[in-house]
Structure formats: structure tokens, C-alpha cells
Design a protein around this ligand. Structure first.
Ligand code: DAK
Length: 254
């Protein structure tokens, strides 16, 4: 009831759908979102996933009304936390298509995706400081890695927001489009990724994400092992044969 799910060729599209609350991420929405992402992740017809919101809001953060009276134990015991861990376990690429407000947990959700495409109307921020708290799902970590300490400090300490153009310049997002076409463009990009060799795409995502969590030495070793692993796939033989024989490759995902 809190999301809409559809397919566009080989792309699974999940639309956050709590317009009355600017798509605030309550536990029910997060449960539905994770279930939809896991279903697409397990579906061999799907090669890439898009998460989007409405034109007015991608998501205005975690649901403040649901959190307001919580104790520390309520927060620790809440299934809400676990849903964010599940997000990191999705193996297929996920594209965030962002328009309007993208704040707090909404910005953290977008940053947990692999690519972010935005409408010109998008506004990114971590305004938790205005509520007497700090970001809790990556807003001090992924944001800092993406935009650097100077800008991250202004956003986290003082609630500074970024327009889509500023976010693009800061390296937070991939591309900006007019609001009329941002979702179409996100689905187009997702379909282009979905048309590529499926196993290589998943391992490529894993390797890039590993760079955030490993030393350079360990990351290079990890990358090399994944590279070797791909020589056990039919798609590696197909891709290289197709190049040599000047023909398009036909990927089988095996
Ligand atoms: N939660 C609950 N309701 C929200 C909401 C939110 N985050 N944002 C908006 N709403 C509700 C409003 O209360 C209002 O409801 P009614 O009064 O109509 O019942 C309705 O949506 C429309 O909002 P506005 O009237 O305020 O609409 P405007 O267009 O004037 O303003 C706005 C839109 C997005 C600028 C404004 O609503 C706003 O500032 N919203 C709050 C933004 C915010 O502070 N976000 C950060 C929330 S804290 C964690 C994971 C995640 C998190 C933490 C930990 N772990 C895994 C540990 C995340 C924390 C957060 O995101």
C-alpha cells in the first residue's frame, strides 16, 4: 500500500507512494520496499532496478511522527534498522530517480543506490540537526565520501541543502534532467545496464562498493579474484568471441 511496483522491459521500478507524508519512510514502507527489491533481485528477467518517488518528493526522510516518542531501546529493537542493512545486500544495480525533496533518510536511501539521476527540482539535504539528532543511515559517511568534508559538514551541522545542479557539481549525483523526463531517462539508463552481461554487472557493483570498505591492497586483490571468476562464465567467452568476430554479443547470464 505504500509503494507501487511495475516492470519496464528488464527494469523493475519501485515508486514510493505516501504523497500525504512526502513519502516519509515509515517501517511499513521500508518493509514493502525491501520485499520489492529482493523480489526483483531474485528475478532473472530483471537486470536493474529503479527507485523513484513523486515529482514533489523522492522522500522527506524517516517518519518523524513514528520516531518522535521512541526510546533508545525502541530504536535499537525496531525492524526499521534491519531494513537498511537489507538494502546493502541487493546485488543488482539500483538507480535512484529523484525529484523534489530528498532529505534525511530519503537522501540516505538515494545514496545507498548505485546511481542517482535527478530532476532539476530535486533538493538534497540532511536536516536531522533541526530535530536534535544526526543522520543515522549513512548521512555522515556516504555523504562525506561523495562530496568531501567541507560540504558534508555544512549539510550535517547546519542543514544546508543542495540543488540538483549543486549536487551534480559536488559529485553526489550522476545527471540532471528536466522534471518531465528524469524518470524516463533513469529507466532508459537502467535498461541499458540491464542489457549488459548480468554476472559481470553484479560483480562490477560488488567491486566498486568494496572500494569503500577495504584498503587499496585488499580491494585490488578482491577485484582480481572477481575478474578471474568471470572466466568461468559463458558470457566471458561470448563477449570476447563477439568482439573478435565483429558481431553483437548475446548474454546468457551464465
Ligand atoms: N516524517 C513524517 N511526516 C512528514 C515528514 C517526515 N519526515 N515530512 C513531511 N511530513 C508530513 C508533514 O508532517 C505534513 O503532514 P500533515 O501536517 O499534512 O499531516 C505533510 O507531510 C506535508 O508536509 P509539509 O506540510 O511540511 O509540506 P511542505 O511542502 O511545506 O514541506 C518538507 C516539505 C519536506 C520540506 C517538510 O515537510 C520537512 O521539512 N519535512 C521534514 C524533513 C526532515 O526533517 N527529514 C529528516 C527526518 S529524520 C536510521 C535510518 C534513517 C534515519 C535515521 C536512522 N537508522 C537505520 C538508524 C532517518 C532519519 C530522518 O530522516
Amino acid at each position: 500500500t505504500n509503494i507501487l511496483v511495475r516492470r519496464e522491459d528488464r527494469v523493475g521500478v519501485v515508486q514510493l507512494n505516501r504523497p500525504q507524508a512526502r513519502n516519509a519512510l515509515n517501517a511499513a514502507l521500508m518493509a514493502e520496499l525491501i520485499a520489492a527489491l529482493q523480489a526483483f533481485d531474485a528475478d532473472s528477467e530483471i537486470g536493474c532496478i529503479v527507485i523513484t518517488g513523486s515529482e514533489a518528493a523522492f522522500a522527506a526522510g524517516a517518519d518523524i511522527k513514528q520516531m518522535a516518542e521512541a526510546s533508545v531501546i525502541d530504536m535499537i529493537d525496531s525492524p526499521f534498522i534491519g531494513y537498511w542493512d537489507e538494502l546493502r545486500r541487493i546485488t543488482k544495480p539500483v538507480v535512484a530517480a529523484v525529484s523534489g525533496w530528498c532529505l534525511g533518510g530519503g537522501c540516505e536511501l538515494a545514496m545507498a543506490c548505485d546511481l542517482i539521476l535527478a530532476a532539476e527540482s530535486a533538493v538534497f539535504g540532511q536536516p536531522e540537526i533541526n530535530l536534535g539528532v544526526i543522520p543515522g543511515a549513512g548521512g555522515t559517511q556516504r555523504l562525506t565520501l561523495a562530496v568531501g568534508k567541507a560540504l558534508a559538514m555544512e549539510m550535517v551541522l547546519n542543514g544546508r541543502t543542495l540543488s540538483a545542479e549543486e549536487a551534480l557539481r559536488a559529485g553526489l549525483i550522476n545527471r540532471v534532467y528536466p522534471v518531465e523526463v528524469y524518470l524516463e531517462e533513469a529507466i532508459r539508463l537502467a535498461n541499458a545496464i540491464a542489457a549488459r552481461a548480468p554476472v559481470a554487472v553484479r560483480l562490477a557493483k560488488e567491486a566498486v562498493n568494496a572500494s569503500f570498505e577495504m584498503s587499496l591492497r585488499a580491494g585490488l586483490d578482491h577485484e582480481r579474484r572477481l575478474f578471474y571468476l568471470l572466466f568461468s562464465t559463458d558470457d566471458q567467452k561470448e563477449g570476447m568471441d563477439a568482439f573478435i568476430n565483429k558481431r553483437p554479443a548475446h548474454w546468457r547470464g551464465q
